[in-house]
Ligand binder design. Structure first.
Ligand code: NAD
Length: 515
C-alpha cells in the first residue's frame, strides 16, 4: 500500500472498471473505454471521503503463483500433526499480542472507528486461543477406530485429510475478524489458506501479516492477495474449497464458480434480521436492546436488527422512548474515539440506505427520528433513524439496508408477528424480547433463523466457541463456522477398513453377505 493524493468525493465511482475479456489483467475504464492498468486501486478513507492509500491488485499470474507456493508447503504443515500446529499457532498468538494495538488502530482506520475495531488484535488472540483449546478434541471426536456395527469382522479407522488450499474471500464491514474467522480453523485443520480481503478495507493486512511473517512455518501456508471482484474470481480457480462472507449477489456468483469446479463453497451472506417485542416486555429493556442492535457499527453488521415488530398496545410508547434514546446517540465525527456511531465504511452503502429511505417515504412511511445522511469532514454519517407506518412492500422491510435504520411496525397478535418475521428471503438471526424467557423461547422456536437472541439482541458471540448454526433462506449455505466442529469443514474423512474374518467367497456369496 502507498499514499495517494486525495481527490474529490465521488472518486470511487470514477474508478469503477470492467474486466477486460482478453487477459483479465487490464481493465477498460467504464466511462472512457480506455485500457488502463489494474495494478493499483485507491482506497477511500471513510472519515475524510478521500483516498489515503492504494492497493496493488494481484494479476492472475500472481494469484496462481501464490496458490502454487502455498500448495507446495501444505504437506509439511499437515505433517506437523495437530500438536505441532498448535505449538506454531501459540507462537503466532504471541506475535499478534505484540502488535495488538497497531492492529486495532489499522482496523479502526478501515472502519472509521467501529468500537470493536480497536480490540481486533485481542479478538484474534481469543480466536486463536479458542482453537488451541478446542481443535485437538474436535479432531479426536471425529476420529473413529472401532469394529463395524454392520460387519463385525471389519475394523474401521478414519483418517482426516485436510483440503490442501482453502480460499477465503471476506467483506469490508468487519475487515479483520471476517478475514480470520474461517482462516484460523482451516490452518489448525492442516490446510493452507489464501485470503482475498475486501478491497475497501485493506489497512489491517500490514500488521496482521507482519505477525504471520514472524512465524515462518505459518507464513509458508498463510498468504493473501489484494484486489476486487476479478481477483476473488481468479482465486476460486486455484483453491480446493471456498469460505465466502459477503452479499447475496456475490455469494451467488461464488457458488456458481465453485459448482463449475465441483469444489465446496461455504457462504455466509446477508440478513434482514427481525426483532419481536411482545406486549409484556419490559419497555426499557426492549428499547435498549433494539437501539443497540439496530445501530451499532452504523448498522453495518450482518446480524443488525433491520426491522422491528411491536405489539400495538405498546407501539406508540415504544417508538417515543426509542426516539428519545436515539437522540442521545453521538456521532464520532469530531474524535474517532468519542461518540457511538462512525461514518459509512463504504460510500456505496450510503447510497443503498438513501434509496431504502426514499422508497419507504414514497410508499407512505414516516420518519420520526433523523433520516438525513450528513457529510461531516468528508465522511458520510446517519444518526439512528426510526421509521413508522412501514409495510412489507417497502425495500426497507425486504432488502438488506445495512445502515442505522430501525423501521417499526405494529402487530395485533403473536401469530401475525411470527408470520411477519418469517416473511423474508433471509434467515440469519432474529431477536425476541418478551415478558419472560419461556414466552420468548416459545416464539423463538417458530422463527426461521440460524440464531435467535432471546430477551436481548446481538448475542452472536455467545455461540462462537459453543455451537454451530445454519442459516435459513438466502443468508447462507454450508456447515457452520462457529462451535468446535467448524474445523471439520476443512477435512475430508477417509475410512480405512480391515477384514479380520474370511473374505466372502464369490461361489457362496449373495450381495456380499456369507450364506
Ligand atoms: P460483497 O459481496 O460485495 O464482497 C465480498 C467480497 O467478495 C469482497 O472481497 C469482494 O471483493 C469479493 N468479490 C466481489 N465479486 C466477486 C466475484 N465475482 N468472485 C469472488 N469474489 C468477489 O460484500 P461486501 O459489500 O463486502 O460485504 C457486505 C455484505 O456481507 C453484507 O451483505 C453483509 O450482510 C454480509 N456479511 C455477512 C456475514 C455473515 O456472517 N453472514 C458477516 C458479515 C457480512
Amino acid at each position: 500500500m502507498g499514499t495517494v493524493t486525495p481527490r474529490s468525493r465521488g472518486w470511487f465511482t470514477q474508478c469503477r472498471r470492467a474486466p477486460n475479456a482478453l487477459d483479465g489483467t487490464h481493465f477498460n475504464d467504464e466511462e472512457t473505454g480506455a485500457m488502463v492498468s489494474a495494478r493499483t486501486l485507491p482506497v477511500r478513507n471513510p472519515r475524510t471521503g478521500t483516498p489515503d492509500t492504494t492497493i496493488t491488485v494481484a494479476t492472475p499470474d500472481e494469484v496462481a503463483a501464490k496458490a502454487a507456493a502455498l500448495r507446495a508447503q501444505q504437506p509439511a504443515w499437515e505433517a506437523l500433526g495437530i500438536a505441532g500446529r498448535v505449538a506454531v499457532m501459540r507462537r503466532w498468538l504471541g506475535e499478534v499480542a505484540q502488535r495488538a494495538v497497531e492492529i486495532g488502530e489499522r482496523d479502526a482506520a478501515d472502519t472509521g472507528g467501529v468500537s470493536t475495531s480497536w480490540s481486533q488484535g485481542y479478538i484474534t488472540m481469543t480466536n486463536i486461543d479458542g482453537w488451541v483449546q478446542d481443535a485437538e478434541e474436535a479432531l479426536n471426536r471425529a476420529s473413529v477406530h472401532r469394529h463395524s456395527a454392520s460387519m463385525p469382522d471389519v475394523e474401521v479407522r478414519t483418517q482426516l485429510v485436510p483440503y490442501s488450499l482453502v480460499g477465503v474471500i471476506s467483506p469490508w464491514n468487519a475487515p479483520m475478524m471476517l478475514a480470520l474467522l474461517d482462516a484460523i480453523p482451516a490452518l489448525f485443520a492442516g490446510s493452507a489458506v489464501l485470503l482475498k480481503p475486501s478491497e475497501v478495507t485493506p489497512r489491517f493486512l500490514e500488521p496482521l501479516f507482519a505477525s504471520v511473517r514472524a512465524v515462518p512455518e505459518l507464513a509458508a501456508v498463510f498468504d493473501y492477495v489484494e484486489g476486487d471482484g476479478p481477483v476473488g474470481a481468479t482465486l476460486i480457480e486455484h483453491v480446493d474449497m471456498v469460505c465466502f462472507t459477503g452479499s447475496v449477489p456475490t455469494g451467488r456468483k461464488v457458488a456458481v464458480a465453485c459448482a463449475e469446479r465441483l469444489i465446496p463453497a461455504y457462504l455466509e451472506l446477508g440478513g434482514k434480521d427481525p426483532a419481536i417485542v411482545t406486549a409484556s416486555a419490559d419497555l426499557d429493556r426492549a428499547v435498549m436492546a433494539v437501539l443497540r442492535g439496530g445501530v451499532y457499527a452504523t448498522g453495518q453488521v450482518c446480524y443488525s436488527i433491520e426491522r422491528v415488530y411491536v405489539h400495538e398496545s405498546i407501539h406508540d410508547e415504544f417508538v417515543a422512548l426509542l426516539a428519545e434514546k436515539a437522540r442521545a446517540v453521538a456521532l464520532n465525527d469530531e474524535d474517532v474515539k468519542v461518540g457511538h456511531l462512525g461514518p459509512f465504511i463504504f460510500e456505496r452503502q450510503a447510497e443503498v440506505v438513501q434509496r431504502h429511505l426514499d422508497d419507504a417515504v414514497a410508499r407512505g412511511a414516516r420518519i420520526v427520528e433523523a433520516g438525513q445522511i450528513e457529510t461531516l469532514g468528508g465522511g458520510l454519517y446517519l444518526r439512528p433513524t426510526i421509521l413508522v407506518d412501514v409495510t412489507h412492500d417497502m425495500l426497507i422491510m425486504r432488502d438488506e439496508t445495512f445502515g442505522p435504520t430501525i423501521p417499526v411496525m405494529a402487530y395485533s397478535d403473536i401469530d401475525e408477528a411470527i408470520a411477519l418475521a418469517n416473511d423474508t428471503d433471509f434467515g440469519l438471526t432474529a431477536s425476541v424480547i418478551a415478558g419472560d424467557e419461556s414466552e420468548a423461547l416459545a416464539i423463538g422456536r417458530q422463527i426461521n433463523a440460524g440464531s435467535l437472541f432471546l430477551q436481548d439482541t446481538f448475542l452472536t458471540f455467545g455461540k462462537m466457541r459453543t455451537v454451530g448454526t445454519n442459516a435459513f433462506g438466502n443468508s447462507g449455505i454450508g456447515g457452520a463456522r462457529t462451535g468446535p466442529d467448524a474445523i471439520l469443514r476443512f477435512l475430508r474423512r477417509k475410512a480405512l477398513m480391515t477384514n479380520h474374518g474370511t473374505p466372502a467367497d464369490i461361489q457362496n456369496d449373495r450381495f456380499g453377505v456369507k450364506q
